[in-house]
Design a protein around this ligand. Structure first.
Ligand SMILES: Cc1cc2nc3c(=O)[nH]c(=O)nc-3n(C[C@H](O)[C@H](O)[C@H](O)COP(=O)(O)OP(=O)(O)OC[C@H]3O[C@@H](n4cnc5c(N)ncnc54)[C@H](O)[C@@H]3O)c2cc1C
Length: 393
């Protein structure tokens, strides 16, 4: 039997950012328990895009609070500050304009740009069906695994312990209080504070306590495309006309992901057992969109594909906060495709909840992220949703 000041279940980016923040704020003897290896879950598949463009103000604020971390760490976490653009057709000019104004109100460095400016930033981009774009010059992309391991190191430097290949079998309670966790094999760790940061797998741990965390596992395919020509630094493109996103990968290659969530039901999977390559049909679909959007690539070819799994709550936004009326139990999961860029602020919010009992940032109200919102039908939704772009933004 061992004891810990706090137990974090899950050694992905979120669990490690939480461990880092708790240790930094003086919580002694934080213990991270990871069933496999660090960053081996959704974190290891992340496209790592850094941007603050969200339709939910508190998520946009979290992304913006996290921005300086990428700028300070730079190459240490593979950050390339190439900028970030959202491009829309006529049908989405109003929401883009409204969202950009909302972002500017939060202090985010973003502007609307016309297609001439877009074409000058992005020489090989077809802008024929683009009506307007927003541009975040401080956006870009980085490496999620590197950020996770960096947070693991910071946590350890401040006294945290990390145990890999250590699955938690169940969370232990007495009355309405957390008392510890039991590991596979029966070992018990005593603690008064458990943070469940286990992605989609959090639902099982909570269900054993009678707590319903509605979350689904959604498979998303990615292609790596060789442009056939060396590429200069080009902004990340979130293409809400063709419903795809693209960013540089290394030199001369491009990572392409899907933003079309219409066939959601068909892509629900078991995250412990799913195909890790794109289907032929997807490759054709992506290729058509790519050739349309990037006619300037002289000889594009798909070098390889892979797939990752999003943990998706009903409104595509995370739960961060106490659950089940059990003292000392905090859930921090359901980050879908957002968790990387907001992970620094998420760790800080959890530390605020533990130490201050509430968020200390007026732009990031803890109430937004409560689990009860699903049962109450008060989903955390975009203020200015995009036509055809689903819940992702
Ligand atoms: C394909 C893809 C692309 C993405 N692109 C972006 C992007 O461009 N920008 C962005 O901001 N976000 C992006 N994301 C989202 C982001 O990567 C995730 O939200 C984030 O990495 C999730 O981190 P996590 O720690 O919550 O989950 P995970 O990384 O899945 O970590 C959870 C961990 O918990 C462990 N675990 C589970 N059960 C137990 C147990 N019983 N005991 C112990 N350990 C357990 C798992 O093994 C796992 O390591 C993307 C995600 C995917 C899948």
């Amino acid at each position: 039997m061992t004891r810990a000041g706090a137990v974090v279940i899950g050694g992905g980016l979120i669990g490690l950012s939480v461990a880092r923040a708790l240790a930094e704020r003086g919580i002694a003897d934080v213990l991270v328990l990871e069933r496999h290896q660090l960053a081996g879950g959704g974190t290891g598949k992340s496209s790592g895009i850094v941007r603050a463009h969200y339709g939910v103000p508190s998520i946009a604020a979290m992304a913006w609070r996290s921005q300086p971390v990428f700028e300070e760490l730079g190459a240490e976490v593979g950050f390339r500050q190439v900028g970030y653009t959202v491009i829309v057709g006529e049908e989405n000019v109003d929401p883009l304009t409204a969202n950009t104004a909302m972002h500017q109100g939060l202090g985010i460095d973003v502007e609307l740009i016309d297609t001439d400016r877009l074409a000058s930033l992005w020489p090989m981009l077809n802008v024929d069906d683009v009506a307007l774009a927003s541009y975040e010059p401080r956006g870009g992309f980085a490496d999620a695994s590197q950020l996770a391991l960096h947070y693991g190191r910071l946590a350890r430097d401040r006294g945290a312990r990390i145990r890999q290949h250590t699955p938690v079998a169940r969370i232990l309670t007495e009355g309405d209080k957390v008392t510890g966790v039991e590991l596979d094999g029966g070992e018990v760790v005593d603690t008064d504070l458990v943070i469940v940061a286990s992605g989609w797998w959090s639902a099982k741990l909570l269900a054993d306590l009678g707590i319903d965390f509605p979350v689904e596992a959604y498979r998303s395919e990615l292609l790596v495309v060789d442009a056939g020509v060396p590429l200069p630094d080009l902004p990340v493109v979130s293409d809400l006309v063709s419903l795809q996103y693209c960013r540089l990968e290394g030199q001369g290659q491009f990572l392409v992901g899907n933003s079309d969530h219409a066939d959601f039901g068909a892509k629900l999977v078991d995250p412990d057992k799913y195909s890790n390559i794109a289907s032929e049909a997807s490759i054709h679909n992506y290729a058509e969109k790519l050739i349309h959007r990037f006619p300037g690539f002289p000889d594009p070819s798909v070098t390889h594909s892979y797939a990752g799994v999003y943990d998706v709550p009903p409104d595509w936004n995370p739960v961060i906060g106490p659950v089940g009326g059990i003292d000392g139990l905090i859930l921090c999961a359901g980050f879908a495709g957002h968790g990387f860029k907001i992970s620094p602020a998420v760790g800080d919010l959890v530390a605020d909840l533990v130490i201050e009992g509430d968020s200390t940032d007026a732009d990031i109200p803890a109430r937004d992220f409560r689990l009860e919102r699903f049962a109450e039908g008060e989903h955390l939704s975009s203020l200015h949703p995009y036509v055809g772009a689903g819940e992702m933004r």
